[in-house]
Ligand binder design. Structure first.
Ligand SMILES: *[C@@H]1O[C@H](CO)[C@@H](O)[C@H](O)[C@H]1NC(C)=O
Ligand SMILES: *[C@@H]1O[C@H](CO)[C@@H](O)[C@H](O)[C@H]1NC(C)=O
Length: 233
């Protein structure tokens, strides 16, 4: 038989677990409610109420002795009252105040415009749909042909502006001949269910303006050349 090795007595209450939960709630009308609960082996046994510890009704009888012992410590009781009555509600009010502008922020509708990016290759166009100044962050943007979503749509990262609104760039790589008839569709909570749709090549887009500018300058150059030649002849 092996000799019995002497060791610490085996106590069924070991190991034991103590849990503490404390905090406060700030309620409308500038009132607040604080709590400080203590549990032993997963069962709540104590609460701090008003100025002292009290055992909970379902606690084992020995919890009474524990709370009487804890209540002898006047200093800790004063500190807990200070934390529960003043520190915690002040802290929570400060956090709410700091986050107020964020919590109360109304939706901001996006602005959107189109441009062409640097050409992805010969005979190809990179269509860019810019969506800017929107809040909150979730937004849906898609290149479309009629009602058909274009699977080649590439979505960039949603980037922050300094004023807490957001910016997003969504691109589509297409053959130059296929750009006509494409549109960029923007869906955002601030738009009240009405999508924003921008058509590629319509007036107002830089590409349209560039085309007009090129045409106008060609016509002017043509006229100048014609007049110069005519005068010479
Ligand atoms: C809320 O109450 C605390 C004290 O309980 C006070 O310091 C604070 O100014 C009050 N805030 C408002 C907005 O009334
Ligand atoms: C803290 O609030 C309780 C009421 O919840 C009150 O009985 C107690 O006197 C207050 N203590 C201090 C130090 O303000």
């Amino acid at each position: 038989a092996l000799p019995q090795t002497p060791g610490p007595p085996r106590d069924p209450a070991h190991p034991f677990e103590i849990q503490v939960s404390a905090g406060c709630e700030v309620l409308p009308g500038n009132t607040s409610q604080s709590f400080f609960h203590g549990a032993f082996q997963g069962q709540e046994i104590l609460r701090f109420q008003g100025t002292s510890w009290v055992p909970t009704p379902s606690a084992p009888v020995w919890a009474d002795r524990v709370s009487r012992k804890l209540n002898e410590d006047q200093g800790t009781r004063k500190t807990i009252q200070l934390l529960l009555n003043d520190t915690c509600p002040l802290f929570v009010r400060d956090i709410l105040e700091a986050g107020k502008s964020e919590l109360e922020k109304q939706g901001e509708p996006p602005e959107a415009w189109l441009s062409s990016g640097s050409s992805p290759g010969p005979g190809r166009l990179l269509l860019v749909c810019h969506v800017s100044g929107f809040y909150p962050k979730p937004v849906w943007v898609m290149w479309m042909r009629g009602e058909q979503e274009q699977p080649g749509t590439r979505r960039g990262d949603v980037l922050p502006h300094a004023d807490e609104t957001w910016y997003l760039r969504v691109t589509l790589d297409v053959a130059a001949g296929e750009a006509a008839g494409l549109s960029c569709r923007v869906r955002h909570s601030s738009l009240g269910g009405r999508d924003m749709v921008l058509h590629w090549g319509e007036k107002g887009s830089p590409t349209g303006l560039i085309a007009v500018a090129v045409l106008v300058s060609l016509v002017i150059t043509g006229c100048v050349v014609y007049l110069t030649l005519k005068r010479r002849w």
